[in-house]
Design a protein around this ligand. Structure first.
Ligand code: S3P
Length: 172
């Protein structure tokens, strides 16, 4: 089974691009944040508040393992920090074509606004946090990605076209 896996920082467009890709490929779309929330019966901010980031990452690891193991080919959007875990990276690479949706910090900051619903963006400047995370996480995104798609200045439709073009060339 070859899943199409989208990774990237918060605001990189994984969910909106993922949904478009899923429609065009005729596959189910799964967002690991939504899976974690459904399994826990709580929102991501509630999980962070009750169990901290460590608790959230443990649930996220299970979600990543579950989606990777799906016998049905999926389009998977991973929460921005899922790739920090080496086991998650290995599973995603082994079971899918991994596309890193990359964008500059200014564009990401514009897209996330005040960071509502994103615990890591609370209590500081979202732009500054995104810049710090971009630097910290670039090696993990590089390690997991088969393909990089630069999304700066592109609409969702154009990013979707590029992602699908790459996906088809990797799976043909
Ligand atoms: C996180 C990104 C979020 C969510 C959680 C932590 C991160 O997902 O998993 O708030 O560490 O970057 P999105 O990238 O879908 O916003």
């Amino acid at each position: 089974m070859t899943h199409l896996v989208l990774v990237g920082l918060m605001g990189s467009g994984k969910s909106s691009v993922g949904e478009h890709c899923a429609t065009l490929l005729g596959r189910p779309f799964v967002d690991t944040d939504e899976l974690v929330a459904a399994t826990a019966g709580a929102t991501v901010p509630e999980i962070f508040a009750a169990q901290g980031e460590t608790g959230f990452r443990a649930l996220e690891r299970t979600a990543v393992a579950d989606v990777c193991a799906s016998p049905e080919p999926l389009v998977i959007a991973c929460g921005g920090g899922a790739v920090l875990d080496p086991d998650n990276r290995r599973q995603l690479r082994d079971h899918g074509v991994v596309v890193w949706l990359r964008a500059g910090t200014d564009e990401l900051a514009r897209r996330v606004g005040a960071g509502d619903g994103r615990p890591l963006l609370q209590g500081g400047s979202p732009a500054a946090t995104l810049a710090r995370l971009a630097e910290l996480r670039a090696p993990a995104y590089e390690a997991v990605a088969h393909v990089v798609v630069d999304t700066d200045g592109l609409e969702v439709g154009a990013v979707t076209d590029r992602v699908l073009e790459e996906f088809r060339s990797w799976t043909s």
